[in-house]
Design a protein around this ligand. Structure first.
Ligand code: NAD
Length: 478
């Protein structure tokens, strides 16, 4: 299949940018330009605002049942086009084809679930204090929204915003990932072919700061959702605050993994190696700080390192590859510098630690032991294929280390003791905790962080709440 350049999708039509500006798309396996994506101008953004305003009028007046049918149809079309979408996703982003297929499938599942949930956005009748008074709360779509989505899950990060938005009756402009635009275009084509009316969903690309400075303050936009780094998230949240916009922020993390000495080590390392190196570690809930109880530290490291060494790194389109390249040179240099800093301060490389080859942005799956909290990697999100292993003697010490950083997104623990599990559930300060398995990110479960990792949820019924206002009505019928 020839690589398709990506256009803007505004008001139900694909178009080049006015002025014809484009951005290169680079294949991370060899650093070569494979195509381009349209770069929205101010004129295009103004057109997108008009479209999203008119889309909101149509869609908010469409019944929840009709919306449900259209969104489910889009999910079904996406499943039909899974293979094309997955190949484009791997070509742009680098993750193995098996992971891309999972991502596309998960998008269809998310759309189905949000569509269903959109039929259950109940208000409530509230018992009144007088017999002639009726009082009730109703849920309304918040209005036209804008979502800024990153490159690490080019399609599913969009669906986590667009899905609940359109299921709740909102319209939305997505600022998609310029690094990986082709799979998002497949998603929008499915929405188009399923019958989503013009203007309800819109897709733009360009210079992120130009787009956010224009759209976030724009009076038509009533809701802002962003996934990305803490630094950019704080900037956008303050801009949105200045204009009193509803906000969801899904930001960075530094996920702790606490392994107690009563854990099944073999089961833990099998699950954790897969989770750590999924998408080359470029995942906001990637397990990062491995806190291992002293008695089982060596056994854990031996098993984890052995399984890490067995991973096959390469072109994600090739058979059997489990880890692809990083997204770009900037990301690879950032990972390298964190490892150099840790090693210079006494960390030991158990495996990996280096770039691979001269072509593309490959980096070895890496395990460091003997890490300390003075090292940058133990404080800054590595967002790459690096596991940092540290021992602890008492569970309280591990819980304290887990909460030391300002982040609070994903967290993991392994233990066979019910009382340890209870202590962890009560003590670990994170938006999500997964004990004895990797169980985060299902459509029906809340997905989001606390503290510097942001606020709001992009899964579960909470995801729809983020796109609805509650209005209270009281009526004296006398
Ligand atoms: P970055 O901070 O340059 O960009 C992160 C994302 O924010 C990108 O999608 C980018 O387009 C967008 N962005 C940047 N400035 C913006 C602005 N002014 N307005 C609107 N959008 C803006 O970082 P990067 O090098 O692309 O990614 C690395 C870092 O980003 C990681 O360390 C990680 O913390 C974070 N990140 C997090 C997630 C996540 O799932 N939470 C995903 C991708 C990146």
């Amino acid at each position: 299949m020839a690589y398709p350049n990506t256009k803007l999708y505004i008001g139900g039509e694909w178009s080049d940018a006015s002025g014809g500006k484009t951005l290169d798309v680079v294949n991370p396996i060899n650093g070569e330009v494979i195509g381009n994506v349209a770069h929205a101008s101010r004129t295009d953004l103004e057109r997108a605002v008009q479209a999203v305003a008119s889309g909101f009028k149509t869609w908010s007046a469409t019944s929840a049942f009709e919306r449900y049918k259209v969104i489910r149809r889009a999910a079904s079309l996406l499943r039909d086009r899974l293979e094309d979408a997955a190949r484009l996703l791997t070509t742009d982003e680098g993750k193995p084809l098996s992971e891309s297929r999972l991502e596309v499938n998960s998008c269809a599942d998310l759309l189905d679930w949000f569509a269903e949930e959109g039929r259950r956005t109940y208000g409530r009748v509230i018992p009144s204090r007088g017999v002639s008074i009726q009082q009730y709360a109703v849920k309304d779509p918040v209005g036209p929204a804008v979502g800024f989505t990153p490159w690490n899950f080019p399609m599913s990060q969009i669906v986590r915003k667009l899905g609940p938005a359109i299921s709740a009756g909102c319209s939305i402009i997505i600022k998609g990932p310029e690094e990986a635009p082709a799979a998002p275009a497949v998603l929008f084509q499915c929405l188009h072919d399923a019958g989503v009316p013009a203007g309800v969903v819109n897709l733009v690309f360009g210079t992120p700061s130009e787009i956010s400075e224009f759209l976030v303050p724009h009076p038509v936009i009533r809701k802002v959702s962003f996934t990305g780094s803490v630094q950019v998230g704080k900037h956008l949240a303050s801009l949105a605050g200045l204009h009193m916009k509803r906000v969801t922020m899904e930001l960075g993390g530094h996920a702790p993994v606490i392994v107690a000495d009563d854990a099944n080590i073999d089961a833990a390392t099998t699950a954790l190696v897969a989770a750590k190196f999924r998408n080359g570690g470029q995942v906001c809930i990637s397990p990062t700080r491995f806190l291992i109880q002293t008695n089982v530290h060596d056994e854990f490291v031996d098993s984890f390192v052995k399984k890490t060494k067995a991973l096959k790194v390469g072109d994600g389109l090739a058979d059997g590859v489990q880890v692809g390249p990083l997204i770009n040179e900037r990301r690879r240099a950032a990972v390298e510098s964190l490892i150099e800093d840790a090693v210079s301060k006494g960390a030991k490389i158990e495996t990996g630690g280096h770039r691979i080859g001269n072509s593309g942005f490959f980096f070895e799956p890496t395990v460091l032991t003997g890490v300390t909290t003075e090292m940058r990697a133990m404080n800054e999100e590595p967002f790459g294929p690096v596991a940092l292993v540290k021992s602890f003697s008492d569970l309280g010490e591990a819980i304290e280390e887990a909460g030391r950083l300002p982040f609070g997104l994903g967290s993991y623990a392994w233990t066979s003791s019910a009382s340890n599990a209870r202590r962890l559930a009560q003590g670990v300060q994170a938006g999500m905790l997964s004990i004895n398995h990797i169980g985060l990110g299902l459509p029906e479960t809340p997905y989001g962080g606390v503290r510097d990792s942001g606020y709001g949820y992009e899964g579960g019924s909470e995801a729809l709440e983020a796109y609805m206002n509650t209005r209270f009505i009281t009526h004296d019928a006398n």
